[in-house]
Ligand binder design. Structure first.
Ligand code: UD1
Ligand code: CA
Length: 431
């Protein structure tokens, strides 16, 4: 059955206390709005997102990531509120599913129950011990009769623990009819979508309450909610990965973003952060390492290594306090305290402790190319652009400013001097 989906994302998100629009706040590395759109796409290809607050910014984000969805601009000055969001909207299908942009944990599977309801209106509800902040659902004789917002609720209504999760599947004609009738005579002077329930109840139209999971359908209104939702998603992500064979030691301490992919058997030690579209294949990531948007294939990373975006590391060993950025490393050892940026390093090469690629001259970035079987001595600086060819040795403590030909030794440091007996003379001591 075809269904139109509308995602409400136009609100200001005042309780978030942020410059960033609420729906662009991230969970597991992706805006909340993206999570709900991804689920919606599993159900329908007729998706409209309603925007208003910081319209241009959110629109650009959507166009860059979801070119096939429609954007509707809410006239939020004339018609503020969740009901106002649905004014002047054309709905293609007979049924409409209404979702909120601030529900990042909802899964398509759980929305099926609402979609499959035979009632002209199906609405999601859950029970909460502390229902504050949510609209209360008044149910009489198994029929929903009204939704009352917290700010409009009497003390008696506030005692109700059944709340509106904010997702509705509704006959599109009824929706259009009721939206046209909405008034803003409430505490917030807004056009509440929730009022359509009362209109329907008055006309004796069946409204089926569908009970959903309170965690999954939580609405994120504040930074505290954001942290709670993020933690729930982290649990989901790591549980799935462990079931697929990734070994986590103390999984709670690691943070894995939603788009990270794992292949073959991987070990993730405590405190690891992996972000972006990173791919980790048959690798061991040791404690407290950070990997951003990079590929790690059959390698050992860390402890305490920092792999920055666009790095590709294969068959390599990267040790503690090594930072790698936008580099290609194939069968390389870099065990300690190095910075390897904008570099290409080939098979069999050893990077000594403290080696630094000087990739930036204050104006532009340059590349360092290091060939096969190169031994780069400790504490060397490689001033880019520079190429070090195969089978070469860089002496420890060298500053390399020009290319090194195949088979050579490059050394650039002052020759060591010995001054006999200097210690005793200087400190006036006997030898
Ligand atoms: C809403 C419901 C409440 C329910 C709760 C569930 C109303 C009046 N209240 O309250 O009953 O318990 O969700 O999470 O519907 N939005 C617009 N345009 C606007 C205002 C809001 O598009 O003018 C969007 C927001 O961006 C957000 C969604 O609608 O994604 C919900 O708005 P929000 O202000 O968070 O509603 P709640 O107060 O949480
Ligand atoms: Ca909300």
């Amino acid at each position: 059955m075809s269904i139109s989906i509308v995602i409400l994302a136009a609100g200001k998100g005042t309780r978030m206390k942020s410059q960033l629009p609420k729906v662009l706040h991230k969970i597991a590395g992706k805006p909340m709005l993206f999570h709900i759109i991804s689920q919606a796409q599993k159900i329908s290809n007729d998706i409209t997102v309603v925007l208003a607050h910081q319209f241009d910014l959110v629109k650009k984000e959507l166009e860059n990531n979801f070119p096939n969805i429609k954007i509707h601009k809410q006239d939020i000055d004339t018609f503020p509120g969740t009901g106002g969001a649905l004014k002047n909207l054309t709905l293609k299908s007979k049924k409409t599913l209404i979702l909120n942009g601030d529900m990042p944990l909802v899964k398509a599977k759980s929305l099926q129950k609402l979609i499959e309801s035979k009632a002209p209106i199906a609405m999601s509800v859950f029970e909460l011990e502390n229902p504050s902040g949510y609209g209360r659902v008044v149910i009489q004789n198994n029929q929903v009769t009204a939704i009352v917002e917290e700010k409009d609720a009497t003390n008696e209504i506030k005692q109700i623990k059944t709340v509106n999760a904010g997702v509705y599947a509704i006959d599109s004609n009824l929706l259009n009819e009721f939206i046209a009738q909405l008034q803003n005579n409430n505490a917030q002077k807004e056009y509440y979508l929730t009022n359509i329930i009362e209109y329907a109840a008055q006309k004796n139209i069946a409204i089926e309450p569908i009970f959903v999971d309170s965690k999954e359908f939580m609405g994120v209104n504040s930074k505290l909610h954001l942290a709670i939702a993020d933690e729930i998603m982290q649990d989901e992500i790591k549980t799935k990965l462990m079931n697929e064979g990734v070994l986590f030691i103390n999984p709670k301490s690691s943070y894995i973003e939603a788009d990270v992919r794992f292949k073959d058997e991987c070990i993730i030690e405590p405190g690891v952060i992996i972000s972006g579209k990173s791919v980790i294949e048959a690798s061991h990531i040791k404690a407290y390492s950070v990997i951003e948007n990079s590929s790690i294939i059959k390698s050992q990373i860390g402890p305490m290594a920092h792999i920055r975006p666009k790095s590709f590391i294969k068959d390599s060993k990267i040790g503690n306090f090594v930072e790698v950025k936008k580099s290609y490393l194939n069968n390389v050892k870099a065990g300690h305290l190095s910075y390897l940026g904008d570099s290409e390093i080939e098979s069999g090469t050893n990077i000594g402790a403290g080696v630094i690629t000087c990739n930036y001259d204050g104006k532009a970035k340059y590349k360092t190319k290091i060939g096969k079987n190169v031994f780069v001595g400790s504490d060397s600086q490689l001033v880019a652009p520079v190429t070090i060819e195969d089978d070469t040795i860089i002496a420890a403590g060298s500053t390399i400013t020009s290319d090194v030909p195949k088979g050579a030794l490059a050394i650039s440091r002052i020759k060591q001097k010995i001054i006999e007996g200097f210690f005793y003379k200087f400190f006036n001591k006997k030898s």
